[in-house]
Design a protein around this ligand. Structure first.
Ligand SMILES: [Mn+2]
Length: 372
């Protein structure tokens, strides 16, 4: 039996627009709200004591009224169950005069607290023997955990912050960061982080620290749509369990023409990946040569698109630099053309060479059927 159960989420980005999804953008924008509602449902079902939101709950500091009331309704569901929600404003939804976190809809919920200082502030939670330390992002480049020492008698101490981790040689400068040494020295049992968009652990010393990533994926490289259920037990025990709540998946697939038999093979492969919740971007390199002549890429994309949430085929256009003779046997027209051209060009220089290179480029262009 855990003594304290926390649901940790961050980077929800409610209100984000998804221009790159075209007509489907609106649906994903709606899905962010549906997934957030699922997160709230999970906190209730899991009988969490509190929910920590480590920044970027909203995509902007001034979201529209209907979105604010929707979120206030969701936080109200937690409030009614006596579940606390603690929010550390992030880079996208910073604490601002007249901004979203000053909205009466938030202030009227007794179990909701928004951190508004840039210094870590203690928020003791009555009845749980817990103090939550949090800060708001204010755009100053400093480590809010530097020199921090907790000053309380509580049994449990957790932190909530929107920040990068400073990783020497990799991440040195950002709008906000914490050093691993300050995490290790913080005396916190658990640090709930937000800002980086994928699930990652940065536990340091005895302090367990995680980024959950967005609960609903926002695009490629934005995690798998998970929240963390964090359980604090006896003797410093911390158990962290990721739970998938997101609906959509974003995937980028790189394919190389010479590894594919031809367009039918590609078509069959993509058909086999059909998934109405998958946004798939396929990058196709070097799809030129006999078997690819005359492929109508737009038509292929149109035919396959209904099998996915979103599908985009990015086809690399051929250039002389990207076509290599060794990809094409002498027996093929292109193979022979490249070899003859290279032989002719070997003795040329200056303007003659430029003219010959242009001739090769145009010839290849016609042979492989590139775009105009
Ligand atoms: Mn974010």
């Amino acid at each position: 039996m855990p003594l304290l159960r926390i649901l940790h989420t961050a980077d929800v980005h409610l209100g984000a627009t998804f221009g790159f999804l075209g007509a489907r953008g609106r649906e994903q924008r709606e899905q962010l709200k549906a997934t957030f509602s699922r997160v709230v449902g999970l906190a209730i079902d899991a009988q969490a004591d509190l929910v920590l939101i480590a920044g970027d709950l909203f995509h902007t500091a001034y979201p529209g009224t209907s979105l604010v009331s929707e979120v206030a309704y969701q936080l109200g569901r937690l409030d009614k169950e006596g579940i606390w929600t603690l929010i550390a404003p992030g880079t996208h939804d910073p604490w601002r005069e007249g901004g979203v976190y000053e909205n009466p809809a938030f202030r009227s919920l007794p179990h909701v607290h928004v951190f508004r200082e840039q210094d870590l502030t203690a928020f003791p939670i009555p009845g749980l023997d817990l103090v939550v330390y949090g800060a708001a992002w204010w755009g100053e480049r400093r480590d809010p955990l530097a020199g921090f020492r907790p000053d309380d008698e509580a049994r449990f101490r957790v932190g909530v912050l929107h920040a990068s981790i400073r990783l020497p040689g990799r991440v040195e400068e950002d709008d906000t960061w914490v050093d691993r040494s300050s995490i290790a020295a913080s005396g916190l049992r658990y640090l709930a982080l937000g800002h980086w968009h994928s699930l990652a652990e940065y536990s340091s010393g005895d302090v367990v620290a995680f980024y959950p990533g967005p609960p609903e994926p926002l695009g490629p490289e934005s995690g798998e749509g998970k929240v963390l259920i964090v359980e604090l037990g006896e003797e410093g025990k911390v158990d962290v369990r990721p739970v998938r709540v997101g609906r959509r998946r974003f995937l980028r697939l790189d394919l190389d023409g010479p590894d594919l038999v031809g367009p039918e093979d590609l078509y069959a492969r993509l058909r086999g990946m059909a998934d109405e919740d998958l946004a798939l971007t396929v990058r196709i390199r070097r799809a030129w040569g006999e078997s690819w002549i005359g492929v109508d890429w737009e038509e292929m994309e149109e035919e396959l698109a209904p099998l996915f949430f979103h599908l985009r085929l990015e086809v690399q256009a051929p250039t002389t630099g990207s076509i290599r003779a060794e990809d094409y046997p002498e027996s093929t027209v292109i193979g022979r053309f490249i070899r003859v051209a290279e032989r002719e060009m070997s003795g040329l220089q200056g303007e003659d060479l430029q003219v010959a290179q242009e001739a090769l480029r145009l010839g290849l262009f016609h042979l492989v059927g590139g775009d105009d």
